[in-house]
Design a protein around this ligand. Structure first.
Ligand code: NAP
Length: 576
């Protein structure tokens, strides 16, 4: 993982990606070639980061006249900025009509080849938003000439004997995409003679995305034959790349191929989950003096990372969930080790508490469960068959696929209306389907939906998702009259609430409340001493601020309890 490690192996990659990529700026603002496209704050960060570069990295930009000119212009400006920030980065521009483009099979503008003298890594589309972060990290990896993969992945890749071409389809607003794109880049650096990586931005390359049946991102295609949905842990991706078979086929389960814990580590406090509750808990615990670690099964931020717009986080009128997560995570990393892609598989309670991950056995004195909540499914015919291919839970990630297309958003809460507004903003033709005659979402969102004149089908339930091969519509039932009808659409965004992620809670035997959430008292104590709950997993209001408050409370309660246990134990020893 290590790139420019400050303190801990687990956090460097995210730091390298941190707040570097500009939003796509309107052409009028970027017309003057002397002006910076990259904001000043990010330039300072990047200059520091680029001081660690070793070998020169040529970025070869292919563009064609009249093709995606706005995006080509953005890419040119972005790379030109990077060349001003480091002598180790250079830009060469090649016309798509040049023989080299045909020789390399490049037809899309803009396309960037990265260090083409050493690697076959290409970015198809402008490196904006989340993709910009991947781009920066890829430059750093190419320059260092090190994949940064773990030894087990490197050993596995060493057995590869045939060529692999990996295409990762991404969108600039998808928080899960950089993780998967970087997996592909790392593999291409580890085995440059056999592995090539292509990161494809979907909204600029819709035909290509359609040709590969992309219905949600990240979507990975290996050798045009194996398609994988979602972001994957490194080991799982590497195993699939080498075997050219899905992890499910390889293991017979949906779990990561991986071995037993390789090491044992002691911490005062283990925090399971890297959403707002876990991140706040980490800051408070370390500041109180508890040596802590946050273990996150995917990447930090939880569901907030995929929230298009947040308008009720005090102090910020409006921001994207991704930006808020960036700030929270950067702050937390100042204090606490955050291990992403390290899922806790089991918790055991003894004198010390144990949290078992695929690589490490963590022993700790206290544990905070901040495992969040996951999206609820409709549970109707066709929903799972079209999941990732028309049915989505992430408007931030997949919205770009539905510009000028018809989508249905199901639900009447904050998520449904936020998603509907975001999709409309991206140019989709949105209809909200709600089972009652009134929304439960905040009034502010309701007013915005009315102002945008987004149609709402009240008293309507989706009873089936329809289509053969491709999604073509939904069947609706009127909850008042019972009448059924079909509504044609290209995509369905399901936003009908969440259910608490209680697998670990149930496994260790924590008491749940009547709604299936982890039961906690006012100080966030659960039914088992020295285990605390915080955030969405405990139910309640499920807001970012309440999750963070609960995380802070849980950490301070853990601190107070551990101090009390310490003095009780010391007292016991002193007693005759
Ligand atoms: P939610 O508030 O629980 O709303 C779920 C919606 O889906 C409700 O309108 C519900 O209908 C409907 N629904 C539930 N099951 C259904 C089914 N089987 N078929 C059809 N419709 C169904 O969920 P959410 O909007 O995802 O929000 C979850 C939590 O996150 C909430 O605490 C929310 O406040 C928070 N959140 C906050 C923000 C924000 O503040 N910016 C943004 C997103 C989420 P009924 O109304 O009839 O029950």
């Amino acid at each position: 993982m290590a790139l420019f490690s400050k303190k801990d192996d687990g956090k460097d990659a995210a730091e390298a990606q941190d707040r570097t990529a500009p939003e796509r700026t309107a052409p009028a603002e970027t017309a003057d070639a002397q002006e910076w496209l990259i904001p000043e704050e990010s330039r300072g960060y990047l200059s520091q980061l680029f001081k660690g570069l070793k070998a020169p990295v040529e970025l070869r930009l292919f563009t064609g006249k009249g093709l995606n000119e706005e995006y080509a212009g953005f890419t040119r400006r972005f790379i030109a900025d990077l060349t001003r920030l480091s002598d180790n980065i250079s830009l060469t521009e090649v016309d798509l009509d040049a023989p080299e483009a045909a020789e390399r099979g490049i037809a899309e503008s803009p396309t960037v080849l990265m260090a083409p003298d050493r690697y076959d890594i290409r970015f198809t589309g402008a490196p904006a938003g989340e993709e910009g972060r991947t781009f920066i990290e890829a430059i750093a990896l190419c320059s260092l000439g090190r994949s940064g993969l773990r030894q087990t992945s490197r050993d596995l890749l060493a057995t590869l004997a045939e060529k692999r071409h990996v295409r990762v389809f991404v969108s600039p607003t998808c928080p899960y995409c950089p993780g998967q794109a970087v997996n592909a880049v790392r593999a291409a650096i580890e085995r440059p003679e056999l592995v090539s990586a292509q990161i494809v931005e979907i909204s600029e390359n819709r035909e290509l995305a359609q040709r590969f049946g992309v219905g949600s991102v990240p979507h990975t295609v290996i050798n045009d034959s194996l398609a994988v949905l979602g972001m994957e842990p490194e080991e799982r991706f590497t195993a699939e790349l080498v075997a050219l078979r899905s992890a499910e086929e390889l293991t017979g389960t949906a779990g990561s191929p991986g071995g037993a814990a390789e090491e044992s580590v002691f911490r005062d406090l283990v925090i399971v989950g890297g959403g707002p509750a876990g991140l706040a808990a980490g800051i408070y615990a370390e500041r109180a003096g508890l040596r802590s670690v946050i273990l996150e099964k995917a990447n930090v931020g939880g569901q907030v990372a995929a929230t298009p717009v947040v308008e009720n986080y005090p102090g910020m009128t409006s921001t994207s969930g991704g930006k808020l997560v960036d700030m929270l995570a950067a702050h937390a990393r100042e204090y606490v080790d955050i291990h992403e892609f390290e899922p806790v598989q089991e918790i055991k309670v003894g004198r010390l508490i144990e949290a078992v991950t695929p690589r490490v056995l963590y022993r700790c004195r206290a544990l905070i469960l901040a495992t969040g909540a996951s999206w609820k499914a409709l549970g109707v015919p066709g929903e799972s068959a079209f999941h990732g291919n028309g049915v989505s839970h992430c408007a931030s990630c997949d919205g770009a696929l539905y510009k000028d297309r018809k989508v249905v958003v199901v639900g009447g809460g904050n998520t449904a209306l936020t998603d509907a507004l975001h999709l409309r903003n991206l140019g989709a033709d949105v209809t909200v389907v709600h089972r009652r005659d009134a929304f439960r979402a905040q009034e502010h969102l309701q007013k915005s939906v009315a102002r945008e004149a987004i149609p709402v089908l009240w008293n309507s339930e989706v009873t089936a998702v329809l289509g053969e091969g491709a999604l073509t519509g939904v069947r609706l039932r009127d909850t008042v009259t019972g009448e059924e009808r079909e509504l044609a659409c290209d995509g369905v965004f399901v936003a009908i609430g969440e259910k608490s992620e209680t697998r670990l809670a149930r496994q260790v035997g924590l008491r749940l409340d009547a709604d299936g959430n982890v039961a906690v008292d006012r100080e966030m104590r659960t039914s088992i001493p020295r285990i605390y709950g915080a955030g969405d997993v405990t139910g309640g209001l499920r807001q970012i601020v309440t999750a963070m408050g609960a995380g802070a409370t849980a950490a301070m309660t853990a601190f107070a309890d551990l101090k009390r246990f310490e003095s009780e134990e010391a007292g016991d020893e002193e007693r005759p």
